[in-house]
Design a protein around this ligand. Structure first.
Ligand code: ATP
Length: 463
């Protein structure tokens, strides 16, 4: 008897696990994401971005910054330190409560998240060894503890920040004073965060070191609920604008019982990953909790002075908090596709294609001389590279048959390919002199374009 869980049988190609396996393998093969410290056996929950991954990640962060900061009058940015005074984490509540309940398996010694233990016939069972001898849940703080300075004692303890938000709250007054913004206004930050996750899993989805893109949008209390809706919609538009289909995004209204006690409303924006529907971003109305905590603990005023009402009050805040790494993973999962394309002899062959939005694709355009041993073709192709390079990330490739070169670019999601051929050199008449073939990755359609028009035409398609 065979079943879908039969270990002899390869997983069905359409299954999420098989798709994920192909994605992970492509990420390594083409230099998007590598295991950290791989030659030493890796480090669980830590990942390195290779030459293409770093471009993708950078394009994502730049687009977030552009839409959340540069294109708005009401948001400014900051870049806070990862190490902060321990008092910050006491006041924010992280030292006390940033914990996951954990259970140890006495049989295989695995440490497991209490909320992720499967049950068999109503009895909790270790997912590693099937053992039923489990400890009671205990709290485990997710912050990485470290020591500042030469002595390792109680007075030198601090933590690697588990979120970027707190540096925004503790700098609220400084930023307000220098930017002279009026409510509502926001402070944005992109940066590393660290959580000692108990079970890092699903590739980069749950890592121990990751990056966040966070906005703290301060407002009057009466604006809070309306702005929560506004930011949820804005964030959904953002994901659509980077190429994630709306039907793959879901908004979960976090139920009262699962929300932080100070939050008046929280949405989770989820994406349908191949391993299931999971959170990409949280949009939370955090009231005045954070600023009040820091004002009380530090004794320093963190209030806003309302000129018209001549009144001081602590602003409320809406926080859209997104994960860079999770979004990069969603972008790759969304882009991954397999179809067929003709080879150099016109025969259909299967191809892997990453259908990235041109806006976030790591390389925007690849440039190919038809033949590498024809000096005038190579010189012209190099000239096109130099023409485009100041405007976008381009890639020059002269090796192999042209079909193979297209295929290599399809696999890394390059939206445009330019071929310089004998027509470009004017060898087939003046009509096509200084024109090139521009090929589009998804439709594979080719058009003849003047070199002089390339910059303008491509910029319009990638911005
Ligand atoms: P989860 O429930 O998945 O642990 P969370 O609700 O604790 O996430 P938040 O504290 O709201 O996450 O953090 C905001 C965002 O930071 C998340 O939506 C996610 O994109 C990202 N993030 C949080 N933890 C991790 C992690 N361990 N690895 C990668 N990204 C993370």
């Amino acid at each position: 008897m065979t079943s879908s869980s039969d270990p002899q049988r390869p997983p069905s190609p359409s299954s999420g696990a098989a798709r994920m396996e192909k994605i992970v393998s492509l990420c390594k093969r083409r230099g998007f994401i590598f295991q950290s410290s791989e030659i030493y056996g890796g480090l669980n929950g830590a990942w390195d971005y290779g030459p293409l991954g770093v471009e993708l990640k950078r394009n994502l962060k730049d687009y977030w910054w552009r839409t959340m900061v540069h294109e708005r009058d009401d948001v400014v940015g900051m870049d806070g330190s990862i190490l902060m005074n321990r008092a910050v984490w006491k006041a924010s509540g992280h030292e006390e409560t940033f914990t996951d309940p954990m259970v140890d398996c006495r049989t295989c010694k695995a440490r497991l998240r209490a909320d992720q233990i499967p049950q068999k016939n109503g009895v909790p069972q270790c997912p590693n060894c099937g053992g039923k001898d489990l400890t009671e849940p205990r709290s485990f703080n997710l912050m990485f503890k470290t020591y500042v300075g030469a002595t390792e004692d109680e007075s030198s303890i601090t933590y690697l920040r588990p979120e970027t938000a707190q540096s925004i709250f503790v700098q609220f007054k400084n930023v307000l004073d220098v930017s002279r913004k009026k409510l509502p206004f926001g402070i944005a930050q992109i940066g590393k965060a660290f959580r000692n996750e108990i079970n890092p899993r699903n590739f980069t989805f749950r890592s121990r070191e990751f990056e966040q893109m966070e906005l703290e949008y301060f407002c009057r209390p009466e604006q809070g609920m309306e702005l929560l809706e506004y930011w949820k919609e804005e964030r959904l538009k953002f994901y659509e604008n980077i190429g994630i289909a709306r039907e793959k995004l879901h908004v979960l209204t976090v139920p009262d019982a699962e929300r932080a006690f100070y939050s008046k409303g929280t949405y989770d924006i989820e994406y349908e990953f191949p391993f299931g529907r999971q959170e990409l971003e949280g949009v939370a109305y955090r009231t005045d909790y954070d600023l009040s905590q820091h004002q009380n603990a530090s004794g320093k005023p963190l209030e806003y002075f309302d000129e018209e009402a001549k009144q001081k009050f602590i602003p409320h805040v809406i926080e859209p908090s997104a994960g860079v790494d999770r979004t990069v993973l969603a972008l790759i999962c969304e882009a991954y596709d397999e179809d067929t394309a003709p080879d150099d002899k016109g025969k259909q062959e299967s191809r892997i294609v990453l259908r990235f939005s041109p806006r976030i694709a790591p390389i925007k355009c690849a440039i190919f001389p038809l033949l590498k041993n024809k000096e005038p073709l190579v010189a012209k192709a190099r000239a096109v590279v130099n023409l485009l390079r100041p405007h976008m990330n381009v890639f020059y490739d002269e090796t192999g048959a042209i079909g193979r070169r297209y295929r290599r670019q399809d696999e890394i999601g390059t939206p445009f390919g330019i071929t310089i051929d004998f027509e470009t050199l004017g060898e087939r008449g003046d009509e096509f002199r200084d024109t090139v073939t521009l090929r589009e990755r998804d439709s594979m359609k080719q058009e003849r374009v003047k070199i002089a028009d390339l910059v303008q035409l491509l910029i319009a398609r990638i911005s």
